[in-house]
Each structure stands twice: as C-alpha cells, then as structure tokens.
Design a protein around this ligand. Structure first.
Ligand code: KIV
Ligand code: ZN
Length: 386
C-alpha cells in the first residue's frame, strides 16, 4: 500500500493567538505566515475576520502574501461572519472558509437554546452561503468530541450535501480518549453517506494532555487532515502540537502516512513563534524543548557518546537542531566529562580523568549544571598542582 498524505492545517494565528498574552500585530502575523508557508503547511488559518478590524486586516494581508498554502478564515454559522471572511480572503490564491456550529447537547442547550433539527438547518445554511463565495468550505461541528456519533453523522451528511469539502471534528474540550476519538472518526467514515467527497479533519485540544495522541488516532482511523499549532499553543491547555504530529508520522513509517512539512525548519519555527508571542517553550517539550536532545545522566550520556541511537529516536538535525548536548551534572559520569573536556580542547588520559573527575564532583554537588568556565577552572587547578 502506498503512503497517503495527511494535510497540515496550521491554526497558530487563530486558535494559537487566542492564548491570553499572545496577541500579535499584523506585521508579526505576516512574519509567521510567511515562515509557515515556507515550512510547507497545507492550510494557514489566518484568523477570525469578523472578530475585530485588526484581525480582518491581518487575514487580508496574509491572503496577499501567502504563495503556496491555502488561506483560511474562521466564521460562526451566520451571514455577517461569512461575508467578512469572504471579503478578507478575496486576495488569497486558494481561499477557504471555515464555518460551523456547536453540535453537542450542552452547546445546543446552553449556547443556542435550540434543538438538534435547528442546528442542522443553521449548519446547512452556513455552508451553502459560504459556497456562494468560495469553492473550498470546511465545516466544523464544535464540541464533536462530546456529540453522540449518530447525530454527528447526520450533521456531517447534511454539511456534505450542502457543499462542505472538509469536515472538522473538534474535540473542543480535550475530553476524548485516543481510542474513543479514533472510533468516532471510524464511525463517520463508515456511516456518513457521501463521505468519500470530503476530508475528515482532527482538531484536538490538550486539556487532558491527549491532543497529539487523539489526532494520531484520528488519522490512523481515516482522517486526512490535522489541525495544529506551533508549540501546541491554543485555548486553555492548547492544541495539538504541529511539530509532534509531523515527527510522529515521520518516525512511524509503518503507519504509511506522511506530511509535506520540512521538518528541518521545526526548531526555527518554534523559536520564531515563541519570541513573537512572548510565550516561552517548556524545556521538556517534545521535539522543540531545550532539553529535547540534552542528556544529563551518566548512563544515558555514556550510551549517546558511544552511539546516538542508544537514547535518541530522532537525529537532532532532522528538526534543525545542530547536535545533541551532554549536560554536566552531579549525575554525569567520566565519559561525559572526558567528552566535554575534549570539546574545549583537552584530551585527557585515563589517569588524569580519575583525578579530574573527583574535582568535578566537588563542583557538581553544589551546582545545577557544570559549565565550560568551571571545566577551565578545574584544568587551571590541576595544571598549577603539576
Ligand atoms: O476547538 C474548536 O472547536 C474550534 C472550532 C472553532 C474549530 O477551535
Ligand atoms: Zn479549537
């Protein structure tokens, strides 16, 4: 069986920018959009045009700038939102309108004070109206994670009949377990009439730390688009992290799924978004965290120095990181110390190393990390003694 492509829908500039304190101006959004286009994402969700004049302007400017990716604007299921999105997207080479409505009982009752039939009617009208402006219409069933599968299938069927070409199945509240989310996608694949005309999309939030696992379960079960953000930014605990899904599909070739993202740009992309949004990346973040390729315990360091593959499943250069790092702490062993001495120009013999190691431990027990200046001091001390 040939590998199949999973489209990467980046929503850093929409769901990602909803994070408190992460507001970007148009210039910063353009810088991110340009890099996302270069990174090779398939769709850039540029914003929610009706939400503010600033967001409308940003979506419009991004539409003019982006060369390859489709540019998408979010709307609710009403005419004003859709008109604003169509207007903001009018310069895009490949515009997409992303419209939808909440479908869970909780959304229907508390947000809309409505009923299931009315929600389907509103969904259909929104998709049909969006279709009068653009060919490419994506429909989202907000809170699909907590929507029962029978009703969700009905909503999807009607959205396809109305002209939707992509069906977004958001786990808006990050509630689902991977098996459950995967089964939902499988159920829709098997039960929605006309599903062959549409692409199923995963949009998972990370409230239980399962966004990436749920998205992967979704594509294993037939979805062919993942909605994600750089560094996993997004409402509350965030969205699926783009860098994680890209590397999972790259590492697990047996899944026979691929993306067209240039993984060598992932680290630079993460730094750009973190800097512009003023949102530091946690050091232990998978793929792009400062410690993702750092080894600090003696056993691991000895292994990695002998052969990187003993403790690394990804070659750091694959994600744009120069090399793995060997961090010196009180848990480090002799081989890590010798390796770091060699890096700063001192090739030490085995006997010298025994002595240097004792000196090293005296410092290491009182510091979180022993740096090159500390190593030079150790060498000075030893040379003076000799
Ligand atoms: O999480 C969600 O349901 C969303 C939709 C608006 C697509 O972000
Ligand atoms: Zn979302």
């Amino acid at each position: 069986m040939n590998s199949e492509k999973v489209e990467i829908f980046d929503t850093t500039l929409r769901d990602g920018e909803q994070v408190p304190g992460c507001k970007l101006n148009t210039e910063q959004k353009l810088a991110i959009a340009e890099k996302l286009d270069e990174l090779g994402v398939d769709i850039i969700e540029a914003g929610f045009p009706i939400s503010s004049p600033g967001d409308f302007h940003s979506v419009s400017e991004i539409s003019k700038l982006v060369k390859n990716a489709k540019v998408c604007g979010l709307t609710r299921a009403n005419q004003k939102d859709i008109e604003a999105a169509a207007e903001a997207l009018k310069y895009a080479k490949r515009p997409r309108i992303h419209t939808g409505i909440g479908t869970s009982d909780s959304h229907i009752k508390y947000k809309f004070n409505s009923n299931r039939e009315d929600i389907i009617e509103r969904a259909v009208q929104a998709v049909k109206y969006a279709k009068t402006f653009v060919e490419d219409v994506e429909f989202y069933a907000e809170d699909a994670g907590r929507t029962d599968n029978d009703y969700l299938a009905k909503v999807c069927e009607e959205a396809i009949k109305a002209g939707a070409t992509v069906l977004n199945i958001p786990d808006t509240t990050g509630y689902c377990l991977p098996e459950e989310y995967g089964e939902k996608i499988k159920y829709l694949k098997e039960n929605v009439k006309g599903i062959e005309k549409a692409v199923l999309s995963c949009h998972c939030h990370n409230d239980l730390g399962l966004a990436t696992a749920n998205s992967i379960s979704g594509v294993i079960n037939g979805a062919r688009q993942i909605e994600c953000t750089i560094n996993g930014l997004g409402e509350r605990a965030g969205n699926t992290a783009l860098e994680e899904v890209v590397m999972i599909l790259k590492q697990h070739k047996n899944l026979k799924l691929y993306t067209e993202v240039n993984s060598k740009m992932l680290n630079a992309m993460s730094v750009l978004v973190s800097d512009l949004m003023g949102m530091p990346v946690q050091p232990n973040k998978a793929i792009v965290g400062a410690n993702a390729f750092a080894h600090s315990s003696g056993i691991h360091q000895d292994g990695v120095i002998k052969n990187r593959e003993t403790y690394e499943i990804i070659d750091p250069s694959e994600v744009g990181v120069n090399a793995s790092s060997i961090i010196l702490t009180a848990r480090s062993g002799r081989s890590a110390l010798a390796y770091r001495f060699k890096n700063i120009g001192f090739d030490v013999t085995k006997n010298e190393l025994d002595f240097l190691y004792q000196e090293f431990l005296k410092i290491a027990d009182h510091k979180k990390e022993v740096n090159n200046d500390d190593l030079s001091l150790i060498i000075d001390k030893v040379t003076k003694k000799i």
